[in-house]
Design a protein around this ligand. Structure first.
Ligand code: ATP
Ligand code: TPS
Ligand code: MG
Ligand code: MG
Ligand code: MG
Length: 321
């Protein structure tokens, strides 16, 4: 595809974007009408939205359009999974400048389509608007398959805290890219294309998870939301939190304690949940701490019993943002 988005025009771009999509049996009416129609066998719909903004969430010299597509879909699909639901459909709202090569949004859509396919969902609609900063705003829908949603508020003292998926890999990759390097590749790739363990969300619901979230901002920050919503403290045992040797090497090279990436790095979209103590967890879950009766008035996350007094993760209005 030659030319720019402006040359293609709004409806030319929409035609090209939608022509690349695939469908699923849940999609009754896909893109092309005033709205889509998606089957909701459960009669409840899980709905969530997240935005990716150029130079805040991604850089075009660090990630391809396809990578950004995979990541923008993953970020939303992980939220559906973190409720214990199975993703069904996504809507893609795009802001793009007129002089952007048309290949960019088309490859972005390929990435979104492929990540949706990994999670079992399909793109059912969206919007396109001309603007100065590339913005990808995705809405994802999901189905609870007759189970109760797993919220952030159900953690109870005595519960175990367990996690599945990657922790700190994206942050380590970000640190590498920020310093002008392109390797180690595994970490850079983790930053470009997170791999949320989608299946683990519904699986955790089935195993009796009492609270759950995906790790988008940082383990300590996101567990902080569970602590606050549940009115309980959460203590993490650092000895049970794996720091890969290669991550330690990067930490040494750039002067950062790698445990900091694992505890506060976002964007990997691991799934962390609390479970009753007698749960039988499959091997992919690592037990990393426990829920405790709150020691003070404000529920908090502690590490090895000590309050975490640094930032627990990304905050769009924080000092590092
Ligand atoms: N502008 C908004 N209007 C209404 N609700 C909002 C708004 N922004 C956030 N929320 C709600 O606040 C809650 C927390 O939002 P947050 O974005 O931190 O969660 P998240 O999407 O799981 O995390 P992340 O954005 O880091 O992936 C969510 O339930 C979200 O829907
Ligand atoms: C260019 C660039 N600068 C900084 C970062 C780091 N970053 C941005 S948003 C976020 C947390 C999740 O965001 P949200 O809460 O919006 O889901 C993190 C860790 C990046 N990825 N790219
Ligand atoms: Mg959000
Ligand atoms: Mg989330
Ligand atoms: Mg966030």
């Amino acid at each position: 595809m030659k030319g720019t988005v402006g040359e293609l025009g709004e409806f030319g771009l929409i035609r090209e974007l939608t022509s690349r999509l695939t469908s699923t049996p849940a999609v009754k009416i896909g893109p092309g009408d005033d709205a889509a129609v998606v089957a909701a066998p459960d009669r409840r719909v899980v709905a969530t939205t997240d935005i990716l903004l150029e130079n805040r969430h991604f850089r075009r010299d660090w990630s391809t359009a396809y990578d950004v597509g995979r990541k923008s879909a993953a970020q939303n699909l992980a939220d559906v999974a973190a409720m214990g639901a199975v993703p069904t459909a996504v809507l893609v709202a795009l802001v793009v400048p007129a002089d952007l090569p048309a290949t960019w949004p088309l490859e972005l859509m390929d990435g979104i389509r492929d990540e949706c396919q990994v999670a079992g969902a399909a793109v059912v609609g969206g919007d396109v608007v001309r603007g100065d900063t590339i913005t990808v705003a995705i809405t994802a829908l999901g189905d609870l398959r007759s189970r109760a949603a797993v919220t952030r508020s159900g953690a109870r003292p005595g519960n175990l805290v367990a996690v599945t998926g990657w922790l700190g890999w994206s942050a380590a990759g970000f640190a590498v890219l920020s310093r002008g390097f392109r390797s180690p590749r595994a970490f850079v790739e983790a930053h470009r294309r997170p791999e949320p363990p989608y299946h683990a969300g519904p699986a955790a619901a089935e195993l009796g998870a009492t609270a759950m979230t995906d790790v988008s901002d940082g383990l300590v920050a996101d567990l902080g939301h569970i602590a606050a919503a549940s009115g309980a403290d959460i203590d993490l045992r650092s000895a049970d939190i794996d720091v890969p040797a290669q991550m330690s090497d990067i930490g040494q090279a750039v002067g950062v304690d790698p445990l900091h990436w694992v505890l506060t790095g976002g964007e990997d979209h691991a799934i962390v949940a609390t479970f009753p103590r007698d749960v039988k967890l499959p091997a992919r879950w690592r037990i990393i701490g426990e829920v405790r009766t709150p020691a003070g008035r404000i529920p908090q996350v502690t590490v090895d019993g000590a309050p975490w007094d640094k930032a627990g993760g990304w905050d769009h209005f924080g000092d590092d943002a």
